[in-house]
Design a protein around this ligand. Structure first.
Ligand SMILES: O=C([O-])CC(=O)C(=O)O
Length: 160
């Protein structure tokens, strides 16, 4: 994709929030953008698997996994499903697995780290509600722009 987050910040910084959390980068699509969809879950990835099996229309899925590195919320099968369904990227405040394969796939992926342990699949969690990534609120429908430097999102309305 033809942008860098640094240039975008210089051009539109007043309209954008920048996430300070340091993510690792996976997948061959190192720069990706799209409207946010969101999931909040904890060591359970059924909602992620289900959402990424539906048409993404170029969206970026942002997952607040509570920062847990104990289980992987996405592996190569779910990542492949995301590509088939036209998602541009997945940002996970948590862990992934199968990173060797995911690194060969044309999907933007950011996660805190990796763990081979799988998650449960009970479906516990919430979809399409605002989530916090470090210092920033990601609101469903707001644009997200990511590359190896970081993550920018359109500012959310301030509450209260
Ligand atoms: O099913 C899972 O829990 C994650 C996984 O391994 C995959 O997506 O390949």
């Amino acid at each position: 994709m033809d942008f860098t987050t640094a240039d975008l910040y210089d051009e539109r910084g007043t309209e954008l929030d920048s996430v300070s959390t340091q993510f690792r980068n996976f997948g061959t699509r190192t720069a990706f953008s799209g409207p946010a969809r969101t999931i909040r879950c904890f060591q359970d990835n059924a909602l992620i698997k289900t959402m990424l099996a539906t048409p993404g229309h170029g969206a970026v899925l942002v997952v607040d996994g509570g920062g847990s590195l104990e289980t992987a919320l996405m592996g190569d099968l779910i990542a492949t499903s995301a590509i088939k369904n036209d998602w541009s990227g997945v940002i996970i405040n948590g862990a992934i697995r199968d990173s060797t394969v995911i690194n060969t796939l044309p999907l933007g992926v950011k996660a805190l780290g990796t763990n081979p342990a799988k998650s449960t699949k009970t479906g516990t969690g919430e979809t399409d509600t605002p989530v916090r990534l470090g210092n920033v609120t990601i609101t469903p429908g707001k644009m997200v722009y990511a590359d190896v430097d970081g993550i920018l999102t359109e500012k959310s309305p301030t509450e209260g």
